[in-house]
Design a protein around this ligand. Structure first.
Ligand code: FAQ
Length: 316
């Protein structure tokens, strides 16, 4: 990149690092907009992991066997861990975790649309693992190459764990598909309900995505929303065939010329409703998160008091 005489040295170094595909680290100078965009995206991602514990958590007490319960418990705990790494990544940018949680429960920051849909049957647990974690992996593997070091590094472990989640979902569904006609019907109905919301996880179409161009230029995002959505459709169709289920999209057809599947348009007005707070479960999800936050106040106060006492002892 040619250095402009009007651009100050720190900005030049930042632009050169981005152009050379190097990582930006917390101690490096960065434009305010870059910092703000990262805090927005990483905080929304962290909130999604934490709110995302609720739909599957709904089935913890009703898992059909001890094995399934242990697997589901481990998965839900992993999601909590992902939220914590991500909140830590926002702290390296100067954000305050308590403030971010405050913004979530006051509805001033978003979380993924997908977690505002209900989990009606046990097959939903399998479909969330297969399709929702599958979409999350598709979106997050490229984020392992995101330009901001702490975010990119957090994504490596997150993706490894999501990949276990995806396989457990597929294995659960494969087991149900080998079961009774009623179980197969339950799986197909769950796929029908989750397919379109899973496609919406990738965000609005590129021509209606206000943040994509700048995030791509800063190499925070490495692919556009539509590119990743297409990748997800292409990877999911053969998996659906292996399972013996279909997707509820009459326009889904192989396009030999493009070497990809053509597919229909999700209902973007539904997406706007859901991210505007009017999905089936938005109110319940936030009420639960708010209650957990309030019920945990004494734990945070006790931990803070303990840490203060220990540091006084050390300094004495
Ligand atoms: N839901 O201009 P763009 C998981 C918002 S983790 C809600 O395209 P951007 C693990 C967007 O924020 C799932 N809001 O935005 C798990 C923006 O609003 P703002 C979460 C959405 O940021 C599995 C506006 O629309 N993953 O599933 C959504 O460039 C199972 C305009 O959109 C991540 O967060 C949506 N789906 O691209 C856990 C990955 N889409 O802020 C439990 C990291 C868009 O201007 C169980 N994030 N919006 O008011 C990203 O890759 C990006 O932020 C996108 C959106 C691709 C989500």
């Amino acid at each position: 990149m040619t250095a402009s005489p009007t651009v100050a040295e720190p900005e030049r170094s930042f632009e050169a690092a981005i152009a050379a595909d190097q990582r930006i680290e917390p101690r490096d100078w960065m434009p305010d907009g870059y910092r703000r965009t990262l805090i927005r995206q990483i905080a929304q991602h962290a909130h999604s992991e934490i709110i995302g514990m609720q739909p599957e958590g709904n089935w913890l007490t009703r898992s059909p066997s001890l094995r399934r319960k242990a697997i589901l418990m481990a998965k839900v705990q992993d999601e909590a861990g992902h939220g914590l790494y991500l909140y830590s990544a926002t702290e390296t940018l100067g954000a305050d975790r308590a403030e971010l949680t405050g913004m979530l429960i006051e509805g001033r920051q978003k979380y993924s649309s997908i977690f505002n849909y209900p989990t009606l049957t046990y097959a939903d647990v399998g479909v969330i693992g297969w399709l929702v974690d599958g979409a999350a992996i598709c979106n997050q593997v490229p984020l392992c190459r995101s330009s901001y070091g702490p975010y990119a590094r957090a994504m490596i472990r997150v993706c490894k764990e999501e990949s276990f989640h995806q396989r457990q979902g597929f294995e659960l569904l494969a087991t149900m598909m080998r079961g009774t006609a009623e179980q197969r019907k339950m799986v197909q109905e769950a796929v029908n309900r989750w397919w379109w919301p899973a496609l919406m996880m990738f965000g609005p179409p590129d021509d209606r995505s206000p943040n994509s161009a700048q995030s791509m230029a800063w190499r925070i995002k490495r692919h556009t929303n539509d590119e990743l959505r297409q990748r997800f459709v292409d990877m999911s169709v053969p998996q659906a065939e292996a399972l013996g289920v279909t997707f509820p999209d009459p326009d889904l057809t192989w396009n030999a010329e493009r070497g990809s599947y053509d597919f229909g348009d999700p209902d973007w007005s539904e997406f706007m409703q859901v991210i505007g707070g009017n999905g089936a479960c938005n109110v319940e999800r936030i009420a639960n998160r708010r209650a957990a936050h309030e019920n945990g106040a004494w734990v945070r106060e006790a931990a803070t008091a303990f840490a203060r006492r220990e540091s006084t002892k050390e300094n004495a």
